[in-house]
Design a binder for this molecule. Structure first.
Ligand SMILES: NC(=O)C1=CN([C@@H]2O[C@H](COP(=O)(O)OP(=O)(O)OC[C@H]3O[C@@H](n4cnc5c(N)ncnc54)[C@H](O)[C@@H]3O)[C@@H](O)[C@H]2O)C=CC1
Ligand SMILES: CC(=O)C(=O)O
Ligand SMILES: [Mg+2]
Length: 539
């Protein structure tokens, strides 16, 4: 009898259907799992391994993720999630999100209702797979981006796993390779017309609200025209935001605020005279440019003067207002003060604009060549260079090159992670300008305040809170973003700012929080967070 009891106590019923070995302990198993992960040399194999671990033992998976963010985030998120998406139909093991197909039009509510945790749903990340990172139209292979973003909500903001709803809208794909692939997981058809897609999206959003009344929707990686269109269409009637436009805008503004202070210190140039050149003018480039307007406005410039500090470049060169057939989202920042022949070469554009900051959101690998970086350094003692395109295979310049070419003076942040390195006995630590720093806090603050909408001021305040979250060591090392292992603390501070902004905008639905002082509210936010081995949280 005693032997039986001893055996039973070794078994963790949720994890094992058979009795584990006599020497089993959770601590050793944890170390074993990390060793198994580290034994894999290929990123995609690591992704598959972690995916399997999440299925076998979610508590252990999230606990390892929480304690090893710097090692595991680059696997579950950019850059490796890009490989996972591109190969998803081939590496697929089990259902892990919700597919809503174009064929479900007319019965979307019914399909959503099949989700096992309907009443717990709080945050959905929704992609249509049409622009996954900078990798193009991956169709139904885009689901891992929703899963990866939600893992960051769980690890970074303490959202309970069963409250998260990863969704991929399976609407077809324009990528022939996938249509021809016998293992392709999605519907085999071209993407729908704008009219058909609008009808689908209107039904989808109404059904989401019915089925998940407490849900926040994060739109992710929609192609640029649709990203702007559906944000405009839904932001005033549903609790939603677009991560690529608003999340990226907020995270880059935040890093830029810190970078601009460092660069102004070296140049003596006032903050309001920062001149920003965007290389890439899609949903991310224009989203960031719009957010940066607020930087200048906060510093006292009128909207008209602020707009003059920003130049945008697309695949045809410097964007000017006289260009024929300019897409709607490019018009706001199109220059009216340039009268020469079209400027198409980046170095010519830099020499004309004389920017203090060069931000890359172009998907053009190595577009910031040594000559480009030299041109930036010729105009600035400390040039701000942010190559923000994801994944690393599309990044505009590698960290070590940017440091080498500027003799260590560059102020740098990239969209995907780079590792620190030593140069002349100094450690260089790169910033990661990625919306992963901001959306967990925006989501947490929106849920906690029970806001009916996500307003521009909520996004802006999130950005300022992130900028102010650097600790003394990070400031001393001249980092522009905090270190990733502090993300829960940072998300709590961002959430606090978001709650206050929601209250100021009167979109909050939790009036009791209005009377709680900031310090107490911050503690309350932290207490609400889910921990892998802790008590159940509210979210
Ligand atoms: N770091 C972060 O947090 C984020 C990074 N991104 C990244 O930003 C990149 C762009 O995303 P979207 O704006 O949504 O894509 P998009 O396709 O809408 O925009 C790309 C822009 O780059 C321009 N471009 C393309 N080739 C060019 C060339 N040779 N020279 C100059 N411009 C060129 C295009 O004309 C377009 O304006 C992606 O790699 C994405 O992963 C997006 C969101 C967040
Ligand atoms: C980071 C992100 O959202 C993107 O690259 O699309
Ligand atoms: Mg994205």
């Amino acid at each position: 009898m005693q032997a039986q009891l001893a055996v039973a106590s070794r078994a963790t019923p949720k994890l094992f259907t058979r009795v584990p070995p006599p020497n089993f302990s959770n601590a050793t198993h944890r170390a074993r799992c990390l060793a198994q992960l580290r034994s894999k040399t290929n990123g995609l194999e690591k992704y598959i391994y972690l995916n399997g671990l999440k299925e076998r033992d979610p508590t252990l998976f999230y606990s390892l993720l929480y304690d090893n963010m710097r090692e595991m985030v680059p696997i579950l998120y950019t850059p490796t999630v890009g490989d996972a998406c591109q190969n998803y139909s081939h590496i697929w093991r089990r259902p892990e999100g919700l597919y809503i197909s174009i064929g479900d039009k007319g019965r979307i509510r019914e399909v959503l209702s099949t989700w096992p945790h309907v009443r717990e749903g709080r945050i959905a990340v929704v992609t249509d797979g049409s622009r996954i990172l900078g990798l193009g139209d991956l169709g139904a292979n885009g689901l891992p981006i929703s899963v990866g973003k939600l893992d960051l909500y769980i690890a970074g903001a303490g959202i309970r796993p069963s409250s998260t709803v990863p969704i991929c809208l399976d609407l077809g794909t324009s990528t022939q390779k996938y249509l021809d692939d016998p293992l392709y997981i999605g519907v085999r058809r071209p993407r729908p017309s704008a009219e058909e897609m609008d009808e689908f999206m209107i039904e989808f959003m109404a059904a989401m609200k019915d089925v998940f009344p407490d849900l926040l929707v994060q739109f992710e990686d929609f192609s640029t025209d649709n990203a702007f269109k559906y944000l405009d269409m839904f932001r005033n009637s549903y609790r939603c935001f677009n991560d690529d436009i608003q999340g990226t805008g907020a995270v880059v503004l935040s890093g830029f605020l810190n970078a601009a202070r460092l660069s102004s210190k070296a140049s003596g140039r006032p903050l309001t005279e920062q001149r920003i050149l965007f290389f890439g003018a899609g949903s991310a480039g224009v989203g960031v440019a719009k957010q940066l307007l607020s930087f200048f406005k906060i510093n006292g410039l009128s909207e008209e003067d602020a707009t003059k500090q920003i130049w945008t470049v697309d695949s045809k060169g410097l964007i000017t207002a006289d260009r024929k057939g300019l897409q709607e989202h490019k018009k706001f920042f199109a220059r009216t003060d340039y009268e020469g022949p079209p400027l198409t070469n980046l170095i010519d554009i830099i020499n004309y604009v004389q920017p203090t900051a060069l931000l890359g959101l172009s998907t053009m690998r190595n577009a910031f060549t040594k000559d480009v970086v030299d041109a930036m350094a010729a105009h600035n003692p400390r040039p701000i260079i942010f190559p923000l395109s994801n994944p690393v295979s599309l990044c505009e310049v590698d960290y070590e090159d940017a440091v080498e070419w500027t003799n260590g003076e560059v102020i740098f942040a990239s969209g995907s992670p780079y590792t620190p390195f030593e140069r002349n006995a100094k450690t260089f630590e790169p910033g990661q300008g990625n919306n992963m720093y901001i959306f967990p806090g925006i989501g947490l603050g929106t849920l906690l305040s029970k806001s009916s909408r996500v307003t521009d001021t909520m996004v802006e305040q999130a950005s300022i809170a992130l900028a102010q979250s650097l600790n003394e060591d990070e400031k001393e090392k001249e980092l522009v973003y905090p270190r990733l292992n502090r993300i829960r603390d940072i998300s709590a501070k961002i959430a606090l700012a978001v709650v206050r902004a929601a209250q100021a905008a009167s979109v909050d639905g939790s009036p009791a929080l209005r009377h709680v002082a900031d310090n107490a509210l911050l503690e309350y936010i932290k207490e609400q967070m889910w921990h892998p081995n802790g008590p159940k949280s509210r979210f």
